[in-house]
Design a binder for this molecule. Structure first.
Ligand code: ZN
Length: 478
């Protein structure tokens, strides 16, 4: 009886230690994820400017990522994507000359992308309440203040009417853009003749009231920019596995709004770099064997554009992609502390989604992990969509049913409620069972998407996103 009991004890010990290996590895991985490094990376990236693909700032950002990946010992390549039209904002000035009391008014204004260079000049300001019915005689030689987003057609109309500059602001019901500016570009062209400044709601309203009380406002402004062609640079670092099959962990490296882009998408780039560092260090230290499937860590030079050129360049290799895990905005979230996995309505994503959902449920509420997680249906608007059927069809490429998902903690500039896809209610979701409330960032695509308002305020979001994807990969690639 004694012998039998000890055999049972031994067997129990063997089984439990076997089944403990995975959680142990996962914990070892998670414990190495460094919030300090993630924060530092975002600060470093934002200092390089808006990192637009094909500009000097974009090149510096790609070198930065490249250097990090190489320093971890990963095989890293730099790819020149095709030529595209790009702009650089090298500096601008904008101030009130009259009335004197409003001098120094502008806070957190932002020059629109593809604005032309203009030497310093002054102009009186006029207010236009809505885009239709602009009177040319009122606008001639004037700076124009508008409380809406300027379309390409409206821009041309204002230029033809003789306006010399546009100030645009955007009322937002959720408290966004009150003291900072939503960034909207001019049409991508070398031939724009007047600059557009995006300004805050409060600055815009202050000026509107002044003008509507029949008080004269005179502005002084200048802009220094270049508009020309450039090649975005994409960084690809590989943790080599045993088969040609591989996962792609990616993020767009540019601030697609042209603003500081700390959350969108310095946070995503920091996530890719940190994941690469920790995974590789576990393999190098032999805490982990070489993975069965390789992992490619990719930072796109330019959102959509670079991912599109990647799938075109690697057509024969597409069938070897076991899954795409894309980070976009993992650095903040206004109303919830939730980690989202997007794309549960796409059948080919189901296996990958199940793994992510399970990881979400296994660790929710634990120390150092997310307070809430969920999968959600497709919203679009980021690089993971380039690998899916609709996009590949558009490029006349074969659909190889690549699972492709995005991981994020906030999307857009307003909260949204989506109907949850049938069968995807997660025990890690704390909201209504039928819907998913998508969290938002009040700083989305704005002049204040800076570390202080996003990644420094809630750095834990980035660590969660790195831990979730890392743990999912430990279950998928080994
Ligand atoms: Zn983004």
């Amino acid at each position: 009886v004694k012998k039998f009991a000890s055999t049972v004890i031994l067997l129990v010990f063997v089984f439990s230690s076997l089944s403990n290996t995975q959680p142990r590895l996962e914990k070892a991985f998670a414990s190495k994820v460094s919030e300090g490094r993630l924060r530092q990376t975002v600060r470093d990236l934002v200092k390089l400017g808006n990192r637009l693909g094909g500009t000097k700032s974009g090149d510096m950002s790609a070198s930065y990522v490249m250097k990090k990946m190489k320093s971890y010992g990963l095989k890293t390549t730099l790819v020149d994507d095709p030529v595209r039209l790009v702009y650089e904002n090298l500096g601008w000035t904008l101030d009130v000359v009259e009335p004197r009391g409003l001098r120094g008014l502008f806070k957190n204004a932002w020059l629109a992308g593809f604005s032309p260079s203009v030497t310093p000049r002054t102009a009186r300001l006029v207010f236009i309440g809505q885009p239709d019915g602009v009177k040319a005689e009122a606008v001639e030689s004037a700076a124009v203040l508008v409380p809406y987003i300027v379309s390409s057609e409206h821009y041309r109309e204002l230029v033809e009417a003789g306006a010399v500059c546009i100030l645009s602001y955007f009322p937002n019901e959720f408290g966004s853009y009150t003291n900072w500016a939503l960034i909207n570009d001019l049409p991508a062209s070398k031939d724009n003749s007047i600059p557009l400044f995006n300004i805050s709601l409060n600055n815009g309203e202050r000026l509107r009231k002044q003008l509507q009380a029949d008080k004269k406002v005179v502005l002084k402004f200048s802009a220094k920019t270049t508009i020309g062609t450039g090649q975005p640079k994409t960084v690809i670092a590989t943790l080599l596995g045993a088969s040609p099959e591989h996962f792609l962990v990616c993020a767009h490296g540019d601030s697609d709004s042209g603003g500081p882009g700390a959350d969108d998408n310095g946070s995503g780039v920091a996530g890719v770099i940190e994941l690469a560092r920790v995974m590789n260090s576990l393999v190098v230290s032999k805490a982990l064997p070489k993975p069965k499937k390789s992992i490619k860590f990719v930072v796109w030079g330019s959102e959509y554009f670079s991912a599109e050129s990647y799938v075109k360049r690697n057509v024969i290799d597409l069938e070897n992609i076991a899954g795409v895990l894309n980070y976009d905005e993992i650095g903040t979230g206004k109303t919830r502390d939730c980690l989202y996995f997007e794309g549960n309505d796409i059948p080919q994503n189901h296996h990958l989604m199940n793994i992510l959902q399970k990881v979400g449920e296994d660790y929710v509420g634990k120390k150092g992990f997310w307070r809430e997680s969920t999968t959600n249906p497709s919203q679009g608007g980021t690089d993971s969509y380039v690998f899916l059927q609709n996009y590949l069809d558009k490029l006349s490429l074969p659909d190889t049913r690549i699972p492709s998902v995005t991981i994020y903690t906030a999307a857009w500039n307003v909260p949204k409620a989506l109907l949850q896809t049938d069968g995807w209610l997660s025990t890690a979701w704390k909201g209504h069972p039928d819907s998913v409330n998508i969290d938002y960032s009040p700083y989305y695509h704005s002049s204040l998407d800076v570390p202080e308002t996003t990644t420094e305020k809630e750095p834990y979001n980035m660590t969660w996103a790195v831990k979730a994807v890392g743990i999912a990969l430990l279950r998928l690639a080994w």
